[in-house]
Design a protein around this ligand. Structure first.
Ligand code: DP6
Length: 349
């Protein structure tokens, strides 16, 4: 079985060419958020980010080379993909082909077991799985750092899902090739720190504004963005120290303030981007009540209304019950730290 921070073994090349390559990757939730790109083409973030890879909602992706086909085909959850999602997969395959010096089209089949495009990091698991399967299918022999860099070109958050447990994604320095080289994720080894993340799916539908468009608007128009970038550096340093101490309360406080700050930058964009809904705020109230009752619980939200609540594993059932009470009808899933992206071997395909 694969363990944190390791990729499964790459199968024999012949097998990959015969049957394609299948990879599995899990979403990750950032405790220190990535929001905003300083290079849109290379997908280079403005800030370093730090996340926990989950053990729920895996994406499974198969890439099969189809030398006889005229073009790539892309299937998402059994349905042919169209529009932007399809274009992003094809652009990513073009990059893999360029790196591999190959030209054959491919058939990509991908399945998300969690909601797609709802701010539960489906693009993170999606592009991490596509990077691992695509690299193997086209015969690229990449180490985890290079895979992470490659996954970043699909979605910056995907760079972190190459690794299990906790991972930091470096924003990199400089411009062009130097920035590309310096922007990748690596594990933050804190094996003893194993909290629960209670996910409240208050709305599992796709978001109205993509995170890509929302972060662009924030960078271009929000007067608060610069301040958040500066405070994010301090948050990251505090977060690393808190993680190494295994201090859940500090980790939670820092994650919550960092996420609320990110949402503040969006609210100040012109026009405002508001992902948080009334149900989100009810769950946040529930989290505050838990803390007043002495249960350490801290919230983080991404580009959507869903809330992820960090807590001790022993408190997860109580937190889940509070969240259900706060947002009746929402579905609640409790996650823990999960494994890094890996290739699936023949018998598992
Ligand atoms: C709020 O990685 O989906 O979840 O790089 O444009 O594909 P692109 O964006 P994406 O943005 C994730 C933003 C976030 C915070 C985070 O995961 O760090």
């Amino acid at each position: 079985m694969p363990i944190d921070h390791q990729l499964g073994p790459v199968g024999p090349h012949e097998r990959v060419l015969d049957r394609g390559a299948t990879a599995v990757a899990h979403p990750n939730i950032a405790l220190i958020k990535y929001w905003g790109k300083r290079d849109e083409r290379l997908i280079i973030p403005y800030v370093d980010s730090l996340s926990m890879t989950l053990d729920v909602f895996p994406t499974t992706t198969t890439v099969r080379l189809s030398p006889a086909a005229q073009a790539d085909s892309v299937t998402l959850n059994g349905t042919p993909a169209a529009g932007e999602p399809r274009q992003r997969v094809i652009a990513f395959l073009d990059l893999v082909r360029e790196l591999a010096g190959r030209t054959e089209p491919a058939a990509v089949e991908t399945r998300n077991s969690g909601p797609t495009g709802a701010g539960v990091a489906s693009s993170a698991s999606g592009f991490a799985a596509l990077a691992v399967a695509g690299a193997a299918a086209y015969g690229l022999d990449l180490d985890p750092t290079a895979l992470s860099r490659l996954a970043r070109r699909g979605s910056a958050s995907a760079a972190r899902s190459i690794f299990g447990g906790f991972a930091i994604c470096h924003a990199g320095r400089g411009v062009g090739a130097a920035a590309d080289l310096g922007s990748y994720a690596e594990p933050v080894p804190v094996p003893e720190f194993d909290p629960a993340l209670v996910i409240a799916l208050v709305n599992a539908g796709p978001k109205a504004v993509s995170s890509r468009a929302a972060m662009r608007r924030t960078v271009e128009t929000s007067p608060l963005y610069r301040s958040w970038v500066i405070s994010s550096k301090a948050d990251l340093a505090d977060m690393r120290a808190a993680l190494h101490r295994g201090d859940l309360e500090a980790v939670g406080e820092i994650a919550e303030r960092n996420a609320l700050g990110m949402h503040a930058t969006m609210l100040a964009a012109r026009p405002a981007v508001r992902y948080l809904s009334p149900a989100t705020l009810s769950v946040l109230d529930g989290v505050l009540r838990l803390r007043e009752d002495g249960v350490p619980a801290y919230a983080t939200m991404d580009a959507g209304p869903n809330v992820k609540v960090l807590c001790h594993r022993a408190d997860a059932a109580r937190v889940a019950e509070t969240v259900r009470g706060a947002a009746p009808g929402c579905s609640v899933v409790t996650a823990r730290r999960g494994p890094g992206a890996r290739l699936r071997m023949g018998a598992e395909q």
